[in-house]
Design a binder for this molecule. Structure first.
Ligand code: SF4
Ligand code: SF4
Length: 96
């Protein structure tokens, strides 16, 4: 007799993978003016200006340094004058 794995157990593993791979914000780097307001406002220290890149506007665009540090608080989106950020709610059951 074979025994199938419990559905709840595999759903939990799948959910854990989703939480691990969750990217909490998307950044429209082409619109970024590199003003640094969001970097200063992020209380998690999860943003920095990417000095290795220059966008079409001629600025170093912001980048997310550590997705696991981001709490999806959306402060960055509120202070950005150029609507660069889209912030996503974390998956249910995550610890953010
Ligand atoms: S959503 Fe909050 S924690 Fe995440 S990058 Fe923006 S300001 Fe920082
Ligand atoms: S506040 Fe907006 S324009 Fe300024 S660095 Fe951050 S993303 Fe770029």
């Amino acid at each position: 007799m074979s025994v199938a794995p419990p559905v709840a157990a595999s759903a939990t593993a799948s959910h854990r993978r989703a939480v691990r791979s969750f990217i909490p914000i998307s950044i429209a780097a082409a619109r970024c003016k590199g003003c640094g307001l969001c970097v200063a406002a992020c209380t998690k220290g999860a943003l920095e200006l990417d000095e290795g890149r220059v966008n079409a506007l001629g600025y170093h665009p912001v980048r997310l340094t550590d997705p696991s540090a981001c709490s999806s608080c959306a402060i960055c989106a509120r202070v950005c004058p150029d609507a660069v950020f889209t912030v996503y709610a974390p998956p249910k059951g995550g610890d953010r």
